[in-house]
Design a protein around this ligand. Structure first.
Ligand code: 26W
Length: 822
């Protein structure tokens, strides 16, 4: 039976109600009267997904028929967010479903709130992957996302006495209607063991004999394009014990050992590593990386490519995009397949491999660049280590020829680091093997070329390029901000949802008083919606009449949540001292959302401090109605979708030269918040687009930072010369926020005073000054609204559709393949 013969469900209220009731009874096994809200949600999800199914099958058939080039996006993280809303949007079912459910006395919003978001990512990198696959589907580009189906995603954050306590995220526990397991399509992945060289017909052949294996079971997810009939696939791998492995032990009579082996195998996809930017070098993490990289390659070569396909032309059919270094082990894996399994010679295999991969770097922090010790890599993947050695040997010989008198340079460029231990530099491997290396914002790409990978960019400048990040307007405007979406659509039509540059057409409306009034109404309504949510979700009371000042992102020193906090503490301190009348403070709610990596001490301390300051300030009657801190726990995609549309002020205050891009910055601007920010990451491009007068810039520039650090930075000099700063720091040190206990936050204070790697103290005064400019601007709500409208109108560049266009033009060279509608 072909996809065309499959009947599509009816796109009508009556049809939907029938399908829903059928799912509830025959799928879920529940009558209307006995069904729980979760039963109803599951039945709804299954009903909605049937609408995507025929498109999915048709997409697959079409792919097989036209054989267009595909993009394989390899990523250890896909931070998808909830699926239901997106599926309703893609299928244009929102209104039908809302009406149909209402006729049964069911509230759609209530069912939506049942969905646990798949938190299969840490932050920016994982969310970017999710935005990219959304855009590719919407742009009709054949793409398959490959990753890991973690049984536990990013931990659920709770606060106990203001300190972060992590709880497991059992996102699969209540059923997962959006995934399709395919145990019959599992592939076997080997680990450990040894290699064996022999001569066959006068040729040297090497074989890898692994000593243990696991099964990789694919789980498919639908990635629907917006209103275009395409549904791409996201394939996430889950680990399971191999049958033969179990059986051998079982036959030996040790049943318990067999079960233990099963558990060991399943550990590989058990949990997402919650470290963001600080690789731990853990063996299990390398297992995860090889597990999904190898399964994905094998899947593509054996199952996606048509039978009998000539592998020499592989690069005409696929490009493997490496999302940071996590999947880079796929490079020696492809070499191994071509050399050891297909019998190619080295040059042939290497030439092809170099055409099939491209690498995106997402960081600038030297400590975030992943290395794997030779000892570990050799133990877990002995054949891959041999291949990496050979790649390095050939490459260094080439470099030596190019720079015969520069032995130092040759050593610097080695894929194998010698100190502090012998280790493989994954970023170097990716750079040497890939067609292209890209940074994620103009400044970041420049710094990659000039600093992090300088030797490489000098040797092969043509490989280096930039693709500035973007975010999907479907989820982050259309779904998250229905009121703003309606206002925009009313003004310029709905074409902006897939062509975000058209937001430019709003520019003249910034001068239209009536439009500004309605824009402010939208913002106010979004705030009220958020205030209601925070009350129910966290028991936090927020005034809808204050400026909503928002800093949401992972907790990291370079992002400088402490700078934001010092601003709040100094306002509080000035009021306490009588230097500032509380009535002169612009009413603000400073809202934080941030998870700290569980092992990151300083970050967890900072969370404790934010909550402690919040407890004190929020209880102070003098500041009532003037200054509040809100710190809802467990910031995630779902909360972001509510918070961002309500924000007035977006905090993007990383130390210049440290934030590769940022993507939250884009989401806020598109939802009409103004940004206070440093000249860092994509802020640079944002400010150029929206105009200096609509952006609150402050702080050192990257070259200034480099110079200060070069000369020797002394944070105490700022402490000594700035009384406001001194008072704020002293107040924290005095125990004012820790029941008089001076030790509680001592590590934060001494870190700032004696180390301050990210120049918080150096930028403090500039930040305070900029906040005064913010207050003056906010005092004129109509002028503020004009700037906010201009931010929306001029940020269309930050659509991930545009990012995809750039990747297609500069790196992938793939084309749209529209799926014919039935
Ligand atoms: C544990 C090792 C490790 C190392 C780096 C884990 C995760 C990383 C990521 C590269 C960190 C990350 O998410 N980087 C962010 O990527 C976003 C998307 O490009 C950028 O917008 C952020 O600026 C960057 O910090």
């Amino acid at each position: 039976q072909t996809a065309d013969q499959i009947t599509t469900p009816q796109h009508s209220v009556e049809g939907f109600v029938q399908d829903f009731l059928r799912e509830l009874q025959f799928g879920q096994g529940m009558s209307m009267s006995r069904a729980s809200t979760n039963d109803q949600y599951l039945a709804l999800a299954r009903t909605v997904r049937t609408h995507l199914m025929s498109r999915w099958l048709r997409t697959l058939d079409h792919q097989r028929d036209v054989q267009a080039k595909s993009v394989a996006y390899l990523s250890a993280e896909f931070l998808l967010g909830r699926q239901l809303g997106n599926a309703l949007l893609a299928t244009d079912l929102e209104e039908i479903v809302e009406e149909g459910l209402a006729s049964l006395g069911i509230d759609l919003q209530r069912l939506r709130s049942m969905e646990k978001e798949p938190g299969l990512g840490n932050g920016g990198l994982g969310r970017l992957a999710a935005c990219f696959i959304d855009s590719l589907a919407t742009m009709n580009i054949p793409c398959i996302g490959y990753g890991i189906r973690y049984e536990y995603g990013i931990f659920r954050q709770t606060f106990v006495d203001g300190w972060q306590v992590e709880k497991p995220d059992a996102w699969l526990a209540q059923g997962s209607p959006w995934e399709f397991p395919h145990p019959e399509a599992a592939v076997t992945i080997g680990f450990g063991g040894r290699t064996e060289a022999s001569t066959v017909d006068g040729r040297l052949v090497t074989r890898w004999i692994p000593d243990w294996q696991v099964q990789a079971v694919p789980y498919n997810y639908m990635v629907p394009g917006y209103h275009n009939g395409r549904v791409n696939t996201l394939r996430l791998w889950s680990a399971a014990a191999t049958e033969s492995f179990d059986l051998s032990i079982f036959n030996a009579g040790d049943y318990s050992a067999a079960v233990r082996a099963q558990t060991a195998a399943e550990n590989i996809s058990k949990v997402l590593y919650p470290e963001d930017s600080t690789p731990q070098g853990k063996e299990l993490r390398l297992q995860q990386q090889y597990f999904f990289a190898a399964a994905s390659l094998k899947d593509f070569l054996d199952n996606v490519l048509p039978e009998g396909f000539d592998l020499h032309r592989l690069d005409e059919r696929i490009v493997f995009q490496l999302n940071d270094t996590h999947p880079v082990i796929a490079i020696p894996e492809l070499m191994r397949i071509l050399l050891d399994e297909k019998g190619w010679d080295w040059d042939e295999a290497w030439a092809l491999t170099q055409r099939c991969f491209a690498y995106t770097c997402h960081t600038l922090l030297p400590e975030a660049l992943e290395v794997w010790s030779v000892e570990l890599l050799g133990r877990l993947l002995p054949r891959h280590l041999e291949i990496i050695y050979r790649i390095n040997e050939d490459f260094l010989a080439e470099v030596h020829t190019a720079y015969p008198d520069d032995e130092l340079r040759v050593r610097r460029m080695s894929i194998i680091a010698e100190h502090p231990e012998r280790a493989v530099r994954m970023a170097y491997l990716a750079t040497v093997a890939g067609t292209k290396v890209n940074g994620v914002a103009e400044l970041h790409s420049q710094l990659l070329r000039d600093k992090v990978l300088q030797d490489f960019s000098e040797y092969m400048p043509e490989k280096f390029t930039n693709v500035t990040n973007g975010v999907t307007p479907r989820r982050f405007v259309r779904l998250a901000n229905p009121r703003l979406s309606s206002l925009i659509t009313e003004a310029i039509g709905d074409g902006w949802v897939t062509d975000l540059d058209r937001l430019r057409e709003l520019e003249p409306l910034a001068e239209d008083a009536e439009f500004r009034r309605r824009f402010r109404e939208v913002k106010a309504a979004n705030k009220t919606r958020l205030v209601d949510l925070l009350k129910v979700r966290d028991g936090i009371e927020v005034s809808p009449d204050s400026m909503l000042d928002v800093m949401v992102k992972r907790l990291h020193e370079y992002k400088r949540q402490t700078l934001k906090l010092l601003h709040v503490v100094s306002l509080y301190d000035q009021v306490r001292r009588g230097d500032l009348a509380a009535s002169d403070i612009t009413p603000r709610t400073v809202t934080f959302g941030a998870k700290a990596a569980p092992g990151y001490k300083m970050a967890k301390q900072t969370i404790g401090l934010i909550n402690a300051v919040g407890r004190t300030i929020n209880a102070d009657p003098v500041l009532e109605g003037r200054l509040r801190i809100a710190f809802p726990a467990n910031y995630n995609v779902t909360l972001a979708e509510r918070l961002i549309p309500a924000a007035d002020l977006s905090e993007q205050i990383s130390l210049a030269g440290k934030e590769a891009s940022g993507t939250g910055n884009m989401k806020f601007a598109l939802n009409g918040a103004l940004t206070i920010g440093t000249d860092d990451g994509a802020n640079v491009e944002l400010r150029q687009l929206v105009g200096d007068e609509n952006f609150f810039l402050f702080g050192l520039t990257e070259p200034e930072v480099a110079e200060i650090v070069e000369k020797g930075y002394r944070p105490t000099s700022f402490y000594e010369s700035n009384a406001t700063l001194r008072h704020a720091l002293d107040l924290i040190a005095s125990g004012a926020f820790s029941d008089g206990d001076r030790r509680t936050f001592e590590p934060i204070v001494s870190n700032l005073l004696y180390e301050d790697r990210f120049l918080v103290l150096a930028d403090f005064q500039a930040y305070l000054d900029a906040q005064l400019v913010v207050e003056r601007a906010y005092a004129d709500p109509d002028a503020w609204a004009r700037s906010a409208v201009l931010n929306v109108a001029r940020s269309g560049f930050f659509s991930s559709d545009r990012s995809m266009r750039d990747y297609l033009d500069r790196i992938w060279h793939a084309e749209a393949a529209p799926v014919p509608t039935a």
